[in-house]
Ligand binder design. Sequence first.
Ligand SMILES: [Cu+2]
Length: 320
Amino acid sequence: MTRAALLAPPLVLALAGCGGNQNSLDPGGHGERSIAHLFWVMLGVSLVGFGFIVTLLFLGWVRRDRPYLPGGRGERTATQLVLLLGVALPIVLLVALFVWSDLFVLSSTAAPKRPTALTVRVIGHEWWWEVRYRGSSAVTANEIHIPVRTKVTAIVTTADVIHSFWIPELNRKTDMIPGRANRLVLEADRPGVYRGQCAEFCGLQHAHMSVEVIAEPKPRFDAWLARTAEPAPGGSPVFAKNCSGCHQVRGTEARANVGPDLTHFASRRTIAALTLPNTPPNLRTWLRDPQHVKPGNRMPNLHLSNGEWRALERYVESLR
Ligand SMILES: [Cu+2]
């Protein structure tokens, strides 16, 4: 463990990723902690093995001028050494690591058998995430709110191609496969924002398919869920004409599911799966030219008039 500790700083830097806090070696919950623990033990054991083999090679080099004695005592010892360290020890070690990772680590990262207090469905789309809560009409996109220190079952699937759901500080990767529902547990020890990323190449904007898990104290989460379940106060004719073919605003005639549900868009933190922070100038940029911000994404440039854009900006910003 001490050698592993020496290696920790450069490794952490190398593995931390480049999209903010996505450090799988800085676990924020039980599942990821057991994965990180397994990683450090595997690294420690392989370092000891590696060090031992390098020492043997070095000794061989030091003694390179000794005459070779076929059939002598040295050869029998060497054979026994190879059988013990090259065959028996690896079998014992690999079986032990297999049992540990398969029986213990996998079960601590899987969704509990019994239903948890909260179940959230996450549906992958090219290139954003749809988020739904069981027993609530709340629908959102690209951010998953959960109560802190609570086991939440996440059921993940996809609306199109294969994606992979990965919140590095909370749990392992889970593939999102057409026609299948995979399950895992989401649990965060501390309130905070845990960034995640699609981990299976899924097309042009795969790199801009990010997601955030926002862990909050239970009362704040409950208030968020109740607010998000509410319909919008009203519709807008410009929106109905130009946007309702793809988006839903609950409580209005816009009911499509090609793009994210916008009922409470203005209270989200980001635009287009964490591509831009959600500010009025960024919203303006996004609406007027989504293909410039995120080339190839499924929202076209609609070429409306200035007056129509201004009406839409005002309307979308009112969707709190
Ligand atoms: Cu993806």
